[in-house]
Design a protein around this ligand. Structure first.
Ligand SMILES: *Cc1c(COP(=O)(O)O)cnc(C)c1O
Length: 423
């Protein structure tokens, strides 16, 4: 049996109906934007392996930083101790985060970063004896798969089975073009009730919804509404962070800064699972007390893992390099040229570009479901052609590693063009 066949015996994959799924390619090697399977078939990773890998697979600089750290201090508990890499990483992030972010809390993945943000918002008001127990989120949001994160997520078939066991989250429309006023008014109505501790959102781009993009102006106004009404704002930058939108953070497009931010995915360049929730001073101060019970009693065993911190430090230096900054601009410009070319295609409904993100909606007669037939046809077509793209319903998006070459990018565009002919 080859690896693909052996995999089937024991491994349970995410978001997978194993009864109907074919064997999965077994990837044995990666370099830059490329991956190779056990049969030596080459793939272009045009979604940076779920948005985690901007600097390329098996990046030597990050690998060396990890190796050095592993052979110096692989891990020490962060409860009661600290270490040089956690201090250095905190200092580095303070240089690049919005000025109002003053404290960092480490965890393991995007969902836990969101849990920590939600729990701090809720406990902040609990500590003060103020009854604010509900959360506001956007329709079709995605914030992760643990319970709090799932409650905040609005892609219903992800969460349907757990409806009865979730935190109370009220959803408002996304302020896409033409819907700004409706969205802002819905927010105003909710905050007026004084029941809400926080408003969580994916700033400017809703990734899992299919790269739905909305304007910073509307979000700025929404943050202002929350600030005036004592509702915390949580920018979930798990997908958008570290250059994807063309700036370091999507919040860099905003005049009003959120109270909390969630970071993960590209934080460690796609190497070690790690996440960070960042806070304004005001939130931290809501826990700062002589009373021990007012502390944030949350923690994960691998909190601030030194190896993860070392990987993050190396990743941020890479992001700041002239080469990566140029790559981001190059990919953006090339997306804009492709957009011009493809948007006139009779099967294309809409296109959108922000930073290194490109998305295209295919015209359909029916509402295509998230993992529906059209999506599967497209997905299989791309895999057959050695391109990793994971369409969402009728939406095809590209979010490549920043190191993808022009030639590889052309191959991806070409495959997208051809895919339009088969659906
Ligand atoms: C992927 C994602 C998450 C969840 O991160 P995990 O590491 O998969 O738990 C949360 N929020 C956003 C915006 C994401 O894209």
């Amino acid at each position: 049996m080859n690896l693909s066949e052996r995999d089937r015996l024991y491994n349970w994959h995410p978001y997978t109906q194993h009864k109907t799924a074919a064997d999965f390619p077994a990837i044995v090697k990666g370099s830059g934007a490329l991956l190779w399977d056990e049969n030596d078939k080459e793939y272009i990773d045009a979604i940076a392996s779920w948005w985690v890998n901007p600097y390329g697979h098996s990046n030597k600089i990050i690998a060396d930083a990890i190796y050095d750290q592993l052979t110096t201090l692989e891990h020490v508990l962060f409860g009661g101790f600290t270490h040089d890499k956690a201090v250095l990483l905190a200092e580095k992030l303070m240089e690049i985060l919005p000025d109002n972010q003053k404290k960092l809390f480490y965890s393991d993945n995007g969902s836990t970063a969101v849990e920590v943000a939600l729990k701090s918002a809720l406990q902040y008001f609990y500590n003060k004896g103020i009854p604010k127990t509900k959360i506001i989120a956007f329709k079709d949001a995605f914030h992760g798969d643990t319970f709090g994160a799932m409650a905040s997520s609005g892609i219903t078939f992800f969460t349907e089975a757990f409806k009865g066991s979730l935190l109370e989250v009220i959803r408002i429309p996304v302020p896409t073009i033409g819907n700004e006023e409706q969205s802002i008014n819905a927010l105003k109505d909710l905050v007026a009730t004084n029941d809400f501790a926080a408003f969580i959102f994916e700033p400017l781009v809703q990734g899992a919804a299919g790269m739905v993009i909305y304007s910073p102006d509307a979000l700025d106004e929404m943050i202002a509404v929350c600030q005036q009404n004592n509702v915390f704002t949580i920018a979930d930058e798990v997908m958008t962070g570290f250059g994807k939108t063309g700036k370091t953070f999507a919040t860099d497009y905003l005049a009003n800064k959120p109270d909390m931010m969630c970071l993960s995915k590209a934080l460690t360049g796609g190497t070690i699972p790690m996440a960070i929730t960042t806070f304004s001073q005001d939130i931290f101060d809501g826990f700062f007390d002589d009373d021990t019970n007012k502390a944030l009693f949350h923690g994960h065993t691998f909190t601030a893992n030194p190896t993860g911190c070392a990987a993050a430090l190396a990743s941020i230096s890479l992001l700041q390099s002239e080469e990566m900054q140029k790559n981001i601009v190059r990919i953006n410009q090339s997306h804009l040229v492709f957009e011009k070319r493809i948007q006139l295609h009779p099967k294309v409904k809409t296109t959108r570009v922000l930073g290194v993100i490109f998305a295209l909606e295919i015209k359909t007669e029916n509402q295509e479901s998230y993992y529906g037939t059209m999506r599967n046809t497209l997905y299989n077509f791309f895999i057959e052609n050695g391109i990793i793209l994971r369409p969402v319903g009728n939406i095809v998006y590209i979010l490549p590693p920043y190191v993808i070459t022009d030639e590889q990018l052309e191959k991806v565009y070409d495959a997208v063009g051809k895919a339009l002919e088969i659906v």
